[in-house]
Design a protein around this ligand. Structure first.
Ligand code: ADP
Length: 282
């Protein structure tokens, strides 16, 4: 059973109806055991994907402050070969970025075939934070949902697997996490008055996120809501969704690599027949 809540294209989203503390009855210990197996599988699949170089993987993380984007990204990256994976973080756009369309800076960071890129925030800020804080007029952000869907469709039709995770925490859990940062000297560097101020906009964020999840969950690039109050369940749900998304490609990658191997062997055989000899190093 899938641990993530898949937003069916065309369906309504009510975040209050999705339990952020959900953990499918799992205990922490059992979850860690399952996670170790799933993590190994992610590593195996990502290695095949990189070697076959036919498919790219884009993972998008969105969520409120303290929802665990950084923690989840660290965890997922711990299972993959970092030589073929990278993270792109999206902050307040620079002056140069603001001079372009909102997808310009995003498109440049998308992975090439064989590669994996994780977005820490994304183009969804351009329909969420800008709306919550009235940074731009409605007539500018409203058409963006369709523009985002077209953009993601372009990526999907160019062999990119697009996975989108909304990390769902409760208001109480957020308060706990912010208070912990205050208490813990080692975590205090993460403190920001802005995070407390943003809590005043909790409902506006809920509304903006529900709209983004509803309008931009498509067949090719659906949204998944991840119950994220329990960090161990959050990571497990994400990891499982990644494996489920990559597995259908596995047979194709293996077949492609096998045929590449056959071609190379045939070339080597011809070389040997023509008198080519292994060097000492071989
Ligand atoms: P994080 O909170 O992700 O750890 P920062 O504290 O640097 O990292 O926050 C990045 C900030 O940039 C967030 O407040 C986010 O809303 C903002 N941001 C990202 N993209 C945009 C955008 N397109 N327009 C306005 N603000 C944005």
């Amino acid at each position: 059973m899938a641990y993530a809540h898949l937003v069916k294209p065309g369906s309504k989203v009510n975040l209050d109806k999705i339990d952020p503390g959900y953990h499918d009855g799992l205990e922490k210990e059992a979850a860690f055991e399952e996670m170790a197996k799933i993590g190994e599988r992610i590593g195996e699949l990502q290695e095949l994907m990189a070697a076959a170089s036919q498919t790219a993987l884009l993972i998008i993380f969105q969520g409120r402050d303290t929802s665990g984007k950084d923690g989840a990204i660290n965890r997922i990256l711990s299972y993959v070969n970092v030589q073929t994976a990278r993270v792109a973080a999206f902050k307040v756009p620079t002056e140069k970025e603001r001079g372009h369309d909102f997808l310009w800076r995003v498109h440049m960071e998308t992975p090439a075939r064989g590669g994996m890129t994780v977005f820490n925030r994304s183009h969804y800020e351009d329909v969420v934070v800008v709306r919550v804080h009235d940074l731009i007029p409605k007539k500018v952000w409203k058409p963006r949902y369709d523009q985002i869907n077209e953009f993601e469709q372009l990526l999907v039709s160019s062999n990119t697997v697009v996975l989108k995770f909304y990390l769902h925490i409760s208001k109480e859990e957020q308060e706990q996490r912010l208070l912990e940062r205050e208490k813990d000297a080692e975590k205090a560097w993460k403190l920001s008055i802005g995070d407390w101020k943003e809590r005043d906009f909790w409902d506006k964020y809920t509304e903006a996120y529900e709209d983004a999840l509803e309008k931009c969950s498509t067949e090719g690039a659906p949204w998944r809501v991840i119950s994220a109050n329990h960090k161990w369940f959050r990571d497990l749900a994400i990891a499982q969704a990644i494996v489920h998304a990559l597995e259908p490609h596995e047979a194709g990658w293996r077949a492609h690599l096998e045929s590449l191997g056959k071609e190379e062997r045939a070339l080597l055989l011809d070389y040997r027949k023509a008198g080519g000899k292994p060097t000492k190093a071989e």
